[in-house]
Design a protein around this ligand. Structure first.
Ligand SMILES: [Zn+2]
Length: 112
């Protein structure tokens, strides 16, 4: 039995849905019921849990360094790639301990 798959069970969240709604979860834009369904799936599904962990880390970093949603999408995607790499290198969900230098990822704009 695999943790992922089996999308014909009604009421169950599949990976595509979970991944698509991780941002909503983080922003608390889901209904409480949906929130619970998504979290249930994510906790039982290592790939989704990893993705969720990455997004949590991105959000925390951006909140700390950039004051939230002011960061451009490009920076977010670079952060995501960088965190994913770190997580894979460490072979676990140690995203909470990753130290990403957001300054390194930002391209200096308009110097001089
Ligand atoms: Zn999943």
């Amino acid at each position: 039995m695999s943790a992922c798959g089996g999308s014909d069970e009604s009421g169950k969240v599949n990976c595509d849905e979970a991944l698509a709604e991780i941002y909503l979860l983080l922003d608390k834009e889901c209904s409480p019921e949906r929130d619970a369904e998504l979290r249930k799936h994510i906790e039982d599904c290592p790939p989704c849990l990893e993705e969720y962990g990455i997004d949590v880390q991105i959000k925390q970093l951006l909140a700390r360094k950039c004051g939230g949603d002011l960061a451009p999408a490009e920076l977010k995607s670079r952060l995501r790639a960088s965190i994913r790499e770190t997580v894979q290198q460490r072979g676990g969900l140690r995203y909470a301990e990753t130290e990403i230098d957001i300054e390194e990822l930002q391209t200096p704009d308009g110097r001089g």
